[in-house]
Design a binder for this molecule. Structure first.
Ligand code: SS9
Ligand code: ZN
Length: 663
């Protein structure tokens, strides 16, 4: 199942015809540079090219009023003067004789994408469109947007395919207020947006873009706003919000379809956003959404006004949709103080709606709003100086080419286990380095030497990921760590699922990071590098387990930045298939996808589900939508409290005492 790419040159055929400094950044080149970069990087040819179509009147009317549609319909026949005047009734938008046609194609592109994904002709896809959509409203154009492409696609998916729950992730740097207004009272659509806000001083300067607009009536809790109150936010800030707000809530929501309002004005170099996250972050944001909704992910372009940054970000996104290994994100600093403040506010505003946030810190609302007003005043005073220093252009290195090893997944399996399709079996003789083999004197010698060979081939980038069935996972994990740790560049993240002792020469080597999810208490409780997560029902509790994945494993993994992930399935772990597959999929965020899965010989039944995920198939959705139990939530909370001094990405409040704050 492939990735759809929807693009048509026709959507480059309108532009600003008069002088308007607010609109001059929205140019036809935005689309041509994005598409040309996909062609140049041989990504376009790997996608399934899907033709555009016009959205019909009735499709546009799913979101917009008849009066508005009729008014826009007249624009192709207007004179320049009429167009200028028509434009004046709306904010930050321009009209052109061909924009109505393009707006119908942009909305139609989003619908084509939904059709392809829902009928399973493709797994996922991206639509490169102009004009964007997320600011446009029932009866108004706004912020370069004419029709609300993603909102129309959402209603269309619900109507045509009976989709029950849609998640909209708006990672554009502007608040998609048009999308918010459309679904404010609708609990079947979860709308998430982060946006430059600066205490309501940044466009569109709406009170309702703040964190306390959570949705209305039945839709309360289904609108999540993350205001950025400072510019210069980095990858760490974005990842914190994904780990500590969006992902836990999204998994609890359990969508049938995910749509992305994919604006890349949230990337470094953008003149509007003024943020500092490098284009590689979009590879990760995309990947983190790819295991929701069984992989049904439709990415629709919104903003992005630095042509270099835009093209690079589009490539990162599409390459991830295609399933290539992710780039490493080195030296993540942890979230800045202002980001933590926003995070804390959002989590506290939503704690009453989502059980995964039940234990989030609660702030007295009065206190927050006083702070908001006070900070807004300070902001206003410094505004002049701010404008002056921001004139220098940002520079950043071009994202390195993402390399796909010739073998995506290799296995070391006993002879009686059938090798899953697409997974290379590591042969006994020719592939094994004789030096390695001779070092091991064990009954399990042959298997273990093949495991080491697999690790070596991963180091040499000949193999991306691997799976081995061994007679003792603890022995195998020890061998792998001993093989790798002497080299100072190697950092191994071990994720242990289930009970059993991890040898202390691993947990105490001061280097290897071990996270173990278990139901038996272990003695070591105070180390930076050995993190036992004691859950009451152990790995068999889906919500508690996933809570630990988002709140601990993902942020720790990002900050640690391993070059190998060892995923160890302890005997009788009790973890269910879907949870195991989700974990396996999410761990591929790290170490360029170099994950080695170790399982006990008798767990043959899990070979198929594991390799399918290692080969890039999405994990099945977690249908069990029970609330995690209070004790487990507490355990994760306490661990975060203890560890956030060492690991900045675990922070969720700005009132932390121990850690040093960055930027
Ligand atoms: C110029 C103000 C431009 C409109 C931005 C619309 C972006 C749509 N400083 N405001 S993604
Ligand atoms: Zn934008």
């Amino acid at each position: 199942m492939g990735t759809a790419l929807i693009y048509d040159e026709e959507m480059t055929k309108y532009k600003l015809l008069w002088v308007d400094p607010a609109c001059k950044i929205e140019t036809p080149e935005r689309l041509t540079v994005s598409y040309e970069a996909l062609v140049r990087n041989a990504l376009a040819e790997r996608c399934i090219s899907v033709p555009v179509r016009e959205a019909t009147n009735s499709e546009i009317l799913l979101v917009h009023s008849e009066e508005y549609l009729e008014a826009v319909k007249k624009t192709p026949y207007m004179t320049l003067e009429d167009l200028k005047e028509f434009t004046l009734q709306y904010g930050d938008v321009y009209f052109h004789p061909n924009i109505y046609h393009c707006a119908k194609l942009a909305a139609g592109s989003a619908l084509q994408l939904v059709d392809c994904v829902m009928t399973e002709r493709v797994r996922n896809g991206m639509a490169l469109v102009r004009p964007p959509g997320h600011h446009s409203q029932h009866s108004a154009a706004n912020g370069f947007c004419v029709f609300n492409n993603v909102a129309i696609a959402t209603r269309y998916a619900k109507q045509k395919y009976g989709v029950k729950r849609v998640l909209i992730v708006d990672w554009d740097i502007h608040h998609g207020q048009g999308v918010q207004y459309c679904f404010e009272d609708d609990p079947s659509v979860l709308y998430f947006s982060w946006h430059r806000y600066e205490h309501q001083t940044f466009w569109p300067q709406l009170r309702e873009s703040d964190y306390d607009s959570v949705g209305k009536e039945k839709g309360a809790g289904f609108n999540i706003n993350v205001p950025w109150n400072q510019v210069g936010m980095e990858s760490s800030d974005y990842l914190s919000v994904f780990c500590h707000v969006l992902l836990p809530v999204a998994y609890e929501f359990c969508p049938d379809l995910v749509l992305v309002c994919a604006g890349f004005d949230s990337a470094i170099g953008d003149p509007e956003g003024k943020m500092c996250a490098t284009p590689e972050i979009f590879a990760h944001l995309t990947h983190l959404l790819m295991n929701l909704a069984g992989g049904k992910l439709c990415v629709v372009l919104e903003g992005g006004y630095n042509l270099t940054s835009l093209a690079q970000s589009v490539c990162q996104t599409v390459q991830t949709l295609l399933g290539d290994p992710l780039p490493r994100l080195a030296n993540l600093s942890g979230p800045c103080r202002s980001a933590l403040e926003s995070l804390q506010c959002v989590r506290s505003a939503h704690r009453q709606y989502w059980s995964c946030l039940k234990h989030a810190a609660s702030l007295p609302p009065a206190d927050i709003s006083t702070k908001r007003i006070k900070l807004a005043e300070e902001e206003a005073k410094t505004e002049v100086g701010e404008e002056e220093k921001s004139t220098e252009e940002k520079v950043w290195p071009e994202p390195p080419k993402r390399f796909s090893p010739p073998v995506r997944c290799a296995s070391v399996l006993p002879d009686d286990v059938t090798r899953p399709d697409g997974c290379k079996r590591l042969g006994a003789d020719q592939d094994v380095n004789p030096l390695t083999a001779s070092k091991l004197k064990d009954d399990d010698c042959d298997t273990l030497s093949r495991v080491i060979t697999l690790v070596e081939k991963m180091e040499q980038n000949e193999i991306c990921s691997g799976l081995a069935l061994v007679c003792d996972v603890t022995v195998a994990m020890t061998q792998v760590v001993q093989h790798l740790t002497p080299d100072p560049v190697n950092r191994v993240l071990i994720v242990c699922v289930g009970n059993g002792k991890v040898p202390s020469h691993i947990t105490r080597d001061g280097k290897t990071l071990v996270v173990q999810i278990n139901s038996e208490e272990t003695e070591d409780q105070n180390s930076k590098y050995y993190i036992p997560v004691f859950l009451k029902k152990g790995c068999s509790d889906t919500s508690g387990f996933m809570h630990a994945v988002f709140g601990l494993i993902l942020p720790l993994g990002y900050e640690y930045d391993p070059n190998l992930v060892l995923l160890v399935r302890m005997p009788d772990s009790g973890v269910c298939d879907a949870v195991w597959q989700q974990l396996t999929g999410l761990l591929q965020s790290f170490a360029k996808g170099h994950t080695l899965v170790l399982m006990q010989e008798n767990e043959k039944a899990f070979v198929g589900p594991t390799t399918s995920v290692l080969l890039g198939d999405p994990a099945p959705p977690l249908e069990n939508r029970q609330a995690p139990n209070t004790e487990d939530l507490n355990v994760v909370e306490r661990l975060r409290d203890r560890l956030q001094v060492n690991w900045n990405l675990l922070q969720t409040t700005s009132e932390c005492t121990g850690a040093a704050f960055q930027h």
